[in-house]
Design a protein around this ligand. Structure first.
Ligand code: B3K
Ligand code: ZN
Length: 889
């Protein structure tokens, strides 16, 4: 992050400008002396000229920010001041030999660091965050991922206050010093880019275990936490062991160091960080106990632990050549963690959750000012491009390889990728080439998925010809309106899975016009032109089409079809994803109509066909309870908002509440019965069936019964809140109470606060629950919670709990027509920008969709954005987001 001033408008850097560095650094020796007032970092770098790019005597330009240079020597000789120059971003040495050793000593001030990048303090302990470009805040360096070196790191600190000193690799030596200080030396034998460097020092305790690898090596696993959290680590440890085993079994990938460490810290800008051998984690993704964390928290922890572990191969052993290639490691690693979670839980359930997230957040990003290809073409601040597009759409693009090559072909391709590129910093093209080589197939048609922004739209028309007994599928592709993207859309390769059903719900054998016999009941069609036609023959009667099964490509689908077909698929489709999706599409269509009716003052009525289909789901005893819960959930307001313009937040809220109420009233008896059936009276268990049961009964309670607001339901909620022996049930009950204007609401909040005020992660839930209430008073509540003594701008989790939950997830209350919430957010962003620009720029993203709202709200948001951009000394992070927001049409 740099400060923007009136004179310097931040300039983007472009992917096409990539060139190799002028110098390579092969070896790094760091000595970090931690002291209260200042930290001293000594570095010795072995540097050599890159003969391919740099001529003799080419100046050496090292990155460095917020460093105070104390000493500098080349090959042991102190450099005179005339030999170098230091500015706010760099150290330039005018002339250097081909090979040399550069020693520097710098001073830094981690205790003043509120940005939480580089070396900083959290709860009095030291930790680091270097990705993407913050190693340069620790020492002068060629801070780019294609410069890979081996590191040895010696840390010294006060022994009583920092008994534990950690860095990457293996602990090779320790010793005592004067003044009650001690030191530890770490050596990491693997070459790595600087963004994977890590250092931790503090009063930490360790929950440990082991893992025996497939080649028989015993790895020590260590989860480091503050002492009070030692009883919340077992699930993280088990998750790590499962991930290690899964990666061996699925891809033959074995861990490479002797120790794997995870450190949980309270103040962290993101989820976690995959530093080599020493992951640093947001404590939210490590710590859990049944009474403090929900089933979803448990699942998130397992997934994030796995994700960071999987990076050891996809990211660390093979890394990115430059930051434009970020999806090379992130898309691939998300794809891997999605598959892992599917194997640990349920395939369909995981797929539904992932697609929901993609459609709600990534499709929206594609339609707003931040639209960018999964491999961006330019950026001002790299940290702004750790996006849902790079991660989740990136994972969908990796999944396209699997869809085209099959699981085995995919595994072969991945093996080839490691064979070719282990130890290297490479590009997305290298990945595609390895996949293609291993499968002897041309994959260049996938290139457009990397280079084009925006969501492809498939328009589908099915036509049955009774005489010919043919079913013709006409598919076109274009791009969804993406105002921020200029170049014309070029067709992509879109793999589309389809099936056809007869009226009894039987999948039909499928034979294309140029085939002699039917081949299976599901076909993978390749759409690569703007318009294509697929003719199925020998179709005895008009079928029902199941299109894009399993969501086989990250596209939007437009198709006119009778509601009866959707209801039919809800009941009969044998692809669980499409069965769920049919219900969502039907509900969405009805909700959007209801919203229009509400806005026009018409009486609201719910289509009996939907009521009937919903009833079938409720009583379908074959459906797994988690899937049933998913199928019952109505599309959320934010997702619905994306389907219309302007977004009418009140109409959507009213329409959804109406539908919920009608369903709850119609099925009151069945819903209560379901609740009772799945509400366990036996003690907490974390078995799959117990989790499924909790998910279903809490969905029933929170999303349907609560809407009835009657005494029986209120009593149920109260009982669940009082007697819950686990956080899943307690949080669910409290979230029901958040929707009710009754005295029990405030009592429960107080009780919850009294019990959990000393546990930061649980207290985050207390803030988030209040911020997510749809009651009209929520805005005032959020304003007053922002001055609550436990609210703290320096703790990202707390900020996200209150502010992000409200501004980004509570559509109807954040977009209150008086604009008070907008003003609140803008002021908060400016205040936060002085402390933590990365976090501020995430929050200001809540305005990104501003042009899609009605004129009143649009003007209100635009004026807040203008206030922000006019601020002197804005960070480049916030500047980039706000300027994109204001400039797109
Ligand atoms: N690689 C990190 C994210 C770093 C974000 C830097 N602003 C976590 C992950 O994706 O695994
Ligand atoms: Zn990642």
């Amino acid at each position: 992050m740099n400060k923007k001033t009136e004179q310097t408008i931040p300039q983007p850097i472009y992917r096409h400008d990539y060139r190799q560095p002028d110098y390579w650094i092969d070896k790094v020796e760091l000595a970090v002396d931690l002291h209260d007032d200042v930290t001293i970092v000594r570095s010795i770098l072995q540097i050599r000229r890159n003969k391919d790019t740099a001529s003799e005597g080419q100046p050496l330009v090292l990155n460095g920010e917020k460093l105070t240079l104390k000493e500098i020597a080349l090959n042991g000789q102190p450099l005179p001041e005339s030999a170098y120059q230091v500015d706010r971003e760099a150290l330039i040495i005018f002339s250097v030999p081909d090979h040399f050793e550069l020693s520097t000593v710098v001073a830094i001030k981690p205790h003043e660091n509120t940005e939480l990048v580089g070396l900083y303090q959290s709860n009095g302990n030291y930790c680091t965050q270097c990705e993407a470009e913050s190693f340069r805040r620790i020492t002068y360096f060629l801070d780019r991922p294609d410069v890979m070196a081996t590191y040895s790191t010696t840390i010294s600190a006060d022994k009583a206050r920092y008994p534990v000193l950690l860095s990457n690799g293996n602990r090779v030596a320790t010793g005592e010093l004067e003044n009650n200080r001690h030191w530890v030396r770490w050596e990491d034998p693997f070459r790595k880019p600087s963004y994977l460097f890590a250092l931790v020092a503090g009063q930490l305790v360790c929950h440990h275990g082991t893992f025996k690898t497939m080649s028989g090596r015993e790895i020590r696993l260590e989860i480091w936490v503050e002492p009070q959290n030692i009883d919340k680590c077992e699930h993280a440890l088990l998750s790590l062991q499962k991930a290690m085993q899964w990666d061996e079994q699925t891809f033959g990938l074995e861990y490479d160091l002797d120790v794997y460490m995870i450190v949980a810290v309270n103040d962290f800008n993101m989820g976690a960080m995959e530093n080599k051998g020493l992951n640093v984690f947001n404590s939210k993704f490590v710590l859990c106990r049944p009474d403090t964390a929900t089933d979803d928290d448990y699942e998130d922890i397992e997934a994030v632990i796995a994700h960071e572990y999987f990076h050891n191969w996809t990211g660390n052993r093979v890394t990115c050549r430059d930051w434009f290639q970020l999806t090379l490691k992130e898309g691939l690693t998300v794809y891997r963690d999605q598959r892992f979670t599917a194997d640990m839980t349920d395939f369909a359930l995981k797929r539904i959750r992932d697609v929901k997230k993609l459609r709600t957040l990534q499709f929206a990003e594609d339609q707003g000012p931040m639209a960018h290809p999964i491999r961006p073409e330019s950026y001002i601040e790299m940290n702004n491009f750790y996006t849902i597009t790079v991660y989740e759409k990136g994972a969908e693009v990796v999944r396209l390889y699997e869809t085209l090559l099959g699981k085995e072909g995919f595994a072969k391709g991945l093996a080839r990728y490691f064979e070719k590129h282990d130890g290297q910093a490479v590009t997305c093209d290298d990945f595609r080439v390895a996949m293609a080589e291993a499968n002897q197939i041309d994959l260049t048609p996938l290139d457009r998925w990397y280079s084009q922004a925006g969501t492809p739209v498939c328009e589908v028309r099915g036509r049955y010809d009774a005489e010919q007994m043919t079913y013709t599928l006409q598919v076109t592709q274009s791009r969804a309106p993406t105002p921020a993207v200029q170049p014309a859309f070029m067709p992509c390769l879109i793999p589309i899975r389809v099936s056809l059903f007869d009226p009894k719900g039987q999948a039909l054998p499928l034979q294309l016009a140029d085939e002699n016999v039917p081949i299976g009941e599901e076909r993978l069609l390749s759409l690569s032109e703007t318009q294509q036609q697929f003719i199925f023959v020998n179709i005895p009667q008009e079928p029902v089409l199941s299109f894009l099964r399993g969501f086989s490509a990250p596209v939007q689908v437009k198709m006119q079809r009778p509601r009866e077909h959707l209801a039919f698929l809800m009941a009969h489709d044998n692809d669980s994803f499409n069965r769920w999706d049919a219900g969502q599409i039907l509900a969405q269509e009805l909700l959007l109509n209801l919203a229009q009716d509400w806005a026009a003052g018409r009486e609201l009525k719910l289509d009996p066909l939907f009521i009937q289909s919903f009833g079938k789901i409720l009583t379908d005893s074959r459906l797994n309870p988690s899937l049933k819960a998913m199928a019952m959930m109505l599309p959320d307001e934010k997702f619905l908002g994306q389907q219309i313009e302007p977004i009418d937040v009140d109409a959507l809220y009213e329409a959804r509440s109406f539908m919920t109420r009608v369903l709850a009233r119609t099925f009151r008896r069945e819903l209560l019965a379901l609740y009772q059936q799945y509400h366990s009276t036996s003690p907490y268990s974390n078995s799959r069936s117990a989790i499924d049961a909790r998910r279903l009964k809490n969905t029933v309670l929170r999303h349907f019964l609560t809407a009835l607001q009657d005494e029986e339901v209120i009593a149920l909620i109260g009982q669940q809140f009082q007697h819950a022996d686990n956080m899943t049930d307690m949080q669910a009950a409290l979230s029901c109470l958040m929707e009710l204007e009754i005295p029990e609401r405030e009592q429960a909040l107080q009780q919850f606060y009294g019990r959990w005020q000393h546990d930061p992660l649980v207290l985050d839930k207390w803030f988030a629950l209040q911020a997510s209430s749809s009651l009209p008073k929520t805005l005032d509540r959020v304003l007053s919670l922002a001055s609550h003594p436990d609210f703290n701008l320096r703790n990202p989790n707390r900020v996200r709990s209150l502010i992000w939950t409200f501004c980004s997830l509570n559509q109807v209350r954040f977009h209150s027509a008086d604009g008070r919430a907008y003003k609140f957010l803008a002021e908060l962003v400016l205040e936060l920008d002085r402390l933590n620009p990365q976090l501020a720029s995430r929050l200001v993203g809540a305005f990104n969709q501003w042009r899609r709202f009605d004129k009143l709200r649009r003007n209100l948001m635009e004026s807040q954005l203008n206030t922000i951009i006019a601020q002197p000394n804005l960070s480049t992070d916030v500047y980039e987001i706000v300027s994109r927001s204001l400039n797109y049409r």
